[in-house]
Design a protein around this ligand. Structure first.
Ligand SMILES: Cc1ncc(COP(=O)(O)O)c(C=O)c1O
Ligand SMILES: [Zn+2]
Length: 425
């Protein structure tokens, strides 16, 4: 199977051959998340870092030799990845920083970074000969799976908490997924999905359980480094719920280092909401994420609300091994970051995406990053995912519509009253 050589348990380091285990370490159950191992020597001999740009494939599949899929497998026909990396000098200047870029993964087909993982899940499910694909999700992973399944003409079964935001549920229904809205928390939806999939043999995409999801998400790291001319940034900021994205980011960078496609590892900063701070708290207090009990998570950033982050081992390793940090930001800081980012860059983020920008602002304030650092902030989800929060945030920042009568006189009065167009006409 490509250059995949095995899977290693993050708890006991036991290694398994490809196909020997499907999801987690049999000795450690759901705690025993697996890292996917590759033969870097063979990859390095076969492909160079200039090859993905010349690939006949599109988006994340340009990096197929670094993905755990069979050479001939067909990806779903939606363009996933190849999202833009924008320099944001005006925003950076406000924070007293130097070169800062925003990687806008809200530009993916279902409008979040989760498309990268779900595209891989659809391929893995087909390779496994599975019929139904299922996942539990706070919303975006579900929308991504539903969309990519629709593209591939496959059925999907989705578990979401009943509180999932309307835009994400609308996506699920439009894509034709079967949606189970669980009267409970996201964590309860995960438990139910795991139990149902085990009992009925569905292919399970659930984050932190399926080891291949961070393999899909790692492609964001490849693209960032490629877009920066293979000169890795000094620091990357990303929001963290279950920890799969930051784990995948780390994995992608480790791959690139192992292949010598980049020369150094960036510091990874995981940004959590203050009301969903499991990993940040464990980090600060030196607690063991294997024994730390779940917390009650509450935040406006629904995508990063996780009482027991499923990929906590990969997330911890990402921050520890890169000498980064976990940071927390309040819901107010998250909401405020939505119009700041939108006005300063044109990138419209959902709360979980804007949280990463709020985290950068906090880190700049604490001196964790400075003007000499080359910094990338990942927007993980599009602002249209949560219009109510965006509107609230913009209004709290002083924005308001100006309602007028449908006549010329009212228009002129409004222009005069609000000083509109002076010096701009
Ligand atoms: C927009 C967005 N940002 C961040 C995250 C956090 O990713 P993870 O749960 O892998 O930490 C998610 C996960 O749902 C998301 O949808
Ligand atoms: Zn194990």
């Amino acid at each position: 199977m490509g250059y995949l050589v095995g899977l290693r348990c993050l708890v006991c380091d036991e290694e398994y051959a490809p196909g020997e285990v499907e999801y987690v370490c049999p000795r450690h159950g759901v705690d025993g998340t697996l890292d996917v191992l590759y033969d870097y020597e063979r990859i390095g001999a076969a492909v160079g870092r200039e090859d993905p740009a010349r690939s006949a494939e599109a988006g994340m599949w340009r990096f197929r030799p670094l993905l755990p899929v069979e050479a001939g497998s067909t990806p779903p026909p939606l363009l996933v990845g190849d999202t833009p990396l924008y320099p944001v000098p005006r925003l950076a200047a406000v924070l007293g920083l130097g070169p800062v870029w925003v990687k806008d993964d809200g530009r993916n087909p279902t409008a979040s970074l989760k498309d990268r993982a779900s595209a891989l899940a659809v391929v893995k499910a087909a390779e496994a000969g599975a019929g139904l694909i299922t996942t539990a999700s706070t919303g975006n992973a579900a929308a991504a799976l539903a969309g990519l399944c629709a593209a591939a003409g496959r059925p999907s079964l989705i578990f979401v908490p009943v509180s999932a935001p309307p835009a994400k549920v609308a996506q699920l229904l439009a894509y034709g997924a079967t949606v189970l809205a669980v009267r409970g928390t996201y964590d309860q939806a995960v438990e139910l999905c795991l139990a149902g999939a085990a009992a009925h043999g569905w292919y399970n995409r659930t984050t932190g359980f399926n080891p291949y999801m961070s393999e899909g998400k790692k492609t964001v790291a490849y693209e960032i480094c490629e877009q920066l001319g293979w000169e890795a940034p000094d620091a990357v900021f990303v929001s963290v719920g279950d920890g799969c994205i930051i784990g995948g980011l780390h994995k992608g960078l480790r791959d690139l280092l192992a292949l010598s496609w980049i020369k150094r590892m960036p510091r990874l900063y995981g940004v959590q909401a203050a009301g969903s701070n499991y990993l940040a708290e464990a980090w600060e207090k030196g607690e063991d994420p294997l024994t730390k009990p779940p917390i009650a998570a509450h935040t406006v950033a629904d995508s990063i609300s996780a009482g027991l982050p499923r990929d906590r081992l990969k997330a911890m390793a990402a921050v520890r091994e890169t000498e980064g940090a976990f940071l927390t930001v309040s819901d107010e800081e998250i909401l405020a970051a939505i119009p700041i980012l939108a006005r300063g860059s044109g990138v419209f983020a959902e709360p979980a995406g804007a949280a990463a920008w709020a985290g950068l602002a906090a880190a700049a304030g604490r001196g964790l990053v400075g003007p000499r650092d080359r910094v990338v902030v990942i927007n993980t989800g599009n602002g249209l995912k949560d219009v109510a929060s965006a509107r609230r945030a913009a209004e709290e920042a002083g924005a308001a519509t100006i309602e007028i009568e449908a006549d010329r006189e009212s228009l002129e009065r409004a222009l005069a009253d609000h000083g509109i167009g002076r010096g701009e006409a």
